[in-house]
Design a protein around this ligand. Structure first.
Ligand SMILES: C[S@@+](CC[C@H](N)C(=O)[O-])C[C@H]1O[C@@H](n2cnc3c(N)ncnc32)[C@H](O)[C@@H]1O
Length: 193
């Protein structure tokens, strides 16, 4: 059976250790997601249409999770092309709260896994987290990638200090664990079960 890293390298996303920036997030994904591999889970990925490898991560998710229902959201209209029987695409700006109101109206779902690989901007990551974390199923996992770019250091700082930061007041009780990986480029937030 192919590992998450094998699949990332097969489909060409930079989450693996062979293509583009070779982030190696794949090993952290394997460690956290292996127990869910054959479960009928709901997954959402923000950011799915990188022009140099469009839809690569969706291919990985489809193959890794044969029973999952997969949702992809992206700001680019072209991402609609990636929709198929197992993947639902939603077009919108992750930094706009109205996007998430519309998204939740259309898809009233508890997500087991959320991956934020969208704009990589602090403000957008926080808006998305604020609107999505309450929709994460108990025991679910929320990943935020690429904290090394743009103003990702602000995201690192906020989550590092989440016990005291006001923004997190309503989420604190729901957060079981927060950890940073891959030279602090990848954030893993686990929801209490
Ligand atoms: C790094 S690429 C995603 C790569 C993909 N996850 C993979 O590993 O194959 C980032 C994606 O985020 C999308 N994006 C950028 N800003 C966004 C925003 N504000 N809202 C939603 N998606 C955004 C881009 O259009 C692009 O498709």
């Amino acid at each position: 059976m192919l590992t998450f890293n094998d699949l990332c390298n097969k489909h060409g996303t930079d989450k693996g250790d062979q293509h583009h920036e070779k982030h190696g997030y794949s090993f952290v994904y394997d460690e956290n997601l292996l127990p869910l591999r054959n479960e009928p889970i709901n997954i959402l990925e923000i950011g799915v249409f990188e022009p140099s490898f469009p839809g690569a991560s969706l291919q990985v998710l489809k193959e890794y999770f044969p029973r999952a229902t997969i949702y992809g959201m992206d700001v680019m209209e072209e991402a609609r092309k990636l929709e198929d029987q197992r993947v639902t695409i939603f077009i919108g700006d992750q930094g706009n709260p109205a996007t998430w109101s519309e998204f939740h109206q259309q898809h009233n779902i508890a997500f087991d896994v959320v991956i934020d690989d969208g704009s990589h901007r602090f403000a957008d990551q926080m808006v998305s987290f604020q609107h999505l974390f309450p929709r994460v199923a108990r025991g679910g996992i929320y990943f935020i990638e690429d904290l090394h770019g743009a103003d990702g250091y602000k995201t690192r700082l906020a989550f590092n200090n989440y016990q005291t930061v006001k923004f997190f007041a309503s989420f604190r009780q729901e957060i079981q664990d927060i950890s940073f990986h891959c030279d602090e480029k990848l954030l893993v937030i686990k929801k209490c079960s």
